[in-house]
Ligand binder design. Structure first.
Ligand SMILES: Cc1cc2nc3c(=O)[nH]c(=O)nc-3n(C[C@H](O)[C@H](O)[C@H](O)COP(=O)(O)O)c2cc1C
Length: 195
């Protein structure tokens, strides 16, 4: 099928779109270095994204898979980070919750184009207590006083957090924090950007 609406092919028009801005922040989190804790590094990058006026920097893509490995992804809003658990809230009657019940692994991907940065978080999804869920519901704009009992808060408890920084000369950089299990400390390693 020919999807072109101009004399240029879709492939040519996609190739011509700009990808990254001209000026990027340095590849660091906080005061020149990288902290031991990936959540701390994430908050430092989030603050930079806010300072640089990234639109909805707390929006992320949550990817889940069902028991057969069929993958789904959707955008949602980060609510908090506690004990390396990236928290979100959603309705119980959704595909993501069905997936999580079948397969409690998920990934959250943040992309902040104005600073050429991406953060990927992978881990185990846990459901938070009803008090946290109710508090989240009450904080929603336009929410009434009655709490929807099917609105629940969850957290992706990270075992892998990767920070990726674009560079104008294509010498992109990435670094990853990973841990064998949640009782272990995170280790930080440079990762080949492969692009
Ligand atoms: C910017 C943006 C923010 C969103 N925030 C949330 C959210 O915090 N929680 C939520 O359940 N859905 C949110 N949604 C809707 C989801 O993307 C999705 O459509 C919905 O949760 C149903 O997903 P599912 O059927 O794949 O589980 C948001 C969508 C957009 C575009």
């Amino acid at each position: 099928m020919n999807t072109s609406v101009s004399s240029l092919s879709l492939r040519q028009r996609l190739r011509a779109l700009p990808v990254f801005p001209e000026i990027f922040p340095p590849f660091e989190a906080g005061d020149g270095g990288w902290p031991e804790d990936p959540a701390e590094a994430f908050v430092a990058w989030l603050e930079t994204a806010v300072d640089r006026q990234v639109v909805e920097p707390h929006a992320a893509t949550l990817s889940t898979a069902d028991a057969h490995g069929a993958v789904s992804a959707r955008t949602l809003i980060l609510k908090d980070i506690v004990d390396n658990g990236w928290q979100f809230a959603t309705h119980l009657d959704t595909r993501k919750v069905e997936d999580i019940e079948e397969n409690p692994r998920a990934a959250l991907t943040f992309y902040w184009p104005e600073v050429g940065r991406q953060v990927s978080v992978r881990g185990r999804v846990v459901r938070l207590d009803d008090e946290t869920s109710a508090a989240d519901y009450r904080q929603r704009p336009l929410a009434g006083t009655d709490v929807d009992p099917d609105w629940k808060a969850f957290a992706v408890v990270a075992d892998y957090v990767e920070f990726w920084q674009a560079s104008t000369d294509r010498a992109h950089r990435r670094i990853a924090y990973s841990r064998e299990d949640e009782s272990q400390p995170f280790e930080r390693t440079d990762v080949d950007p492969r692009m």
